[in-house]
Design a protein around this ligand. Structure first.
Ligand SMILES: [Zn+2]
Ligand SMILES: [Zn+2]
Length: 177
């Protein structure tokens, strides 16, 4: 099993960002590094909990865990987190797809329904794409499940001097190009 430092979903450790409150001492325990990478939650403290059965506390958390499941090829989790009325009979994950970055654009919840709009950046071989999706979620036996979404797949080229979409902090041309 691959050891992952930061969670593929890109969630930030909010405890580290809170300064001057009683959360501060907790932040220090986790280490005093200040780079972006050190503020990111580890996979173990983030989506792995959901992958191992902890219920998602929000539609957004479920969405993040599904993105991470795509990134890690966890097919069973994708089926498990899919509302049974909507889940496809077969699900194949193309192995050449590399999921690079998740950006949550907006999310809202009302009662047992939720919607999360996101951009997911991925590559296949040396071509890059953006998936723009408004995903819908419903509670099923009190747990958030994905139903369906409106998605658009756009071919896309990261800028050579832009920060690499993989989140390394390096310029694209010096990293995943
Ligand atoms: Zn995560
Ligand atoms: Zn990169």
């Amino acid at each position: 099993m691959q050891v992952l430092n930061s969670c593929p979903c890109g969630a930030i450790d909010k405890a580290i960002n809170v300064k001057g409150s009683n959360m501060g001492s907790q932040g220090k325990k986790r280490g005093a590094k200040s780079s972006t990478a050190s503020q990111m939650l580890s996979y173990r403290d983030c989506c792995q909990l959901l992958h191992e059965g902890q219920p998602a506390h929000s539609a957004e958390a479920l969405m993040r865990s599904r993105y991470t499941a795509y990134a890690l090829g966890l097919r069973d989790y994708l089926i498990h987190s899919w509302h049974p009325d909507y889940c496809p009979a077969t699900l194949t994950l193309p192995i050449e797809t590399k999921w690079r970055q998740l950006i949550i654009n907006s999310q809202r919840e009302q009662g047992d329904e939720g919607e999360v709009s996101f951009t997911a950046i991925y590559s296949q071989h040396d071509r890059w794409y953006r998936l723009e999706e408004a995903s819908r979620f419903k509670k099923y036996h009190q747990h958030w499940k994905y139903t369906d979404g409106d998605a658009q797949w756009l071919e896309w080229q990261p800028g050579q001097n832009q920060p690499c979409p993989c989140g390394s902090g390096k310029k694209f041309k010096r990293c995943c190009k």
